[in-house]
Design a protein. Sequence first.
Length: 169
Amino acid sequence: MDNLTDTRADGFKLRFAEEADVSLILEFIKELAEYENLLDQVKATQETLRESIFKRRVAEVVIAEYENRPVGYVLFFHNFSTFEGLPGIYIEDLYVRPELRGKGLGKLLLSFMAELAVERNCARLEWACLDWNEPSISFYKKMGAAAMDEWTVYRVSGRALNDLANRYI
């Protein structure tokens, strides 16, 4: 499954992205950011995506197509659980264009990712969801996901990241 195109019922096709898809990946990122009211925070460029995804290989992307047109994507990377002693997969982005929502593509993408996690001997499949995004929260719960409400995500970025990096030098 890792190297093969995965064609499913109902005209959907899933395939791993290739370097030629960089502009499409950026387009999807911007569409998702616009939906999340975060478009002003997108700093990614085709060059940074090409370097990160296809040169350094720090993330992977699966493109979803319907009737041979791109309609969604999932961007993910591996993490590691010290408690399990095994890797996991973290989904950074899962996006389906509005005109295809409700047709089963989100279920297909999550199922594919679960299949990939099992194939790669991962203990977990994880992602974050904005707390106001009730349609997605409801969808994820129906798919068997459990909210990790007792955990709080912390982030250090920008100037704070540089300050922290230089604090104990």
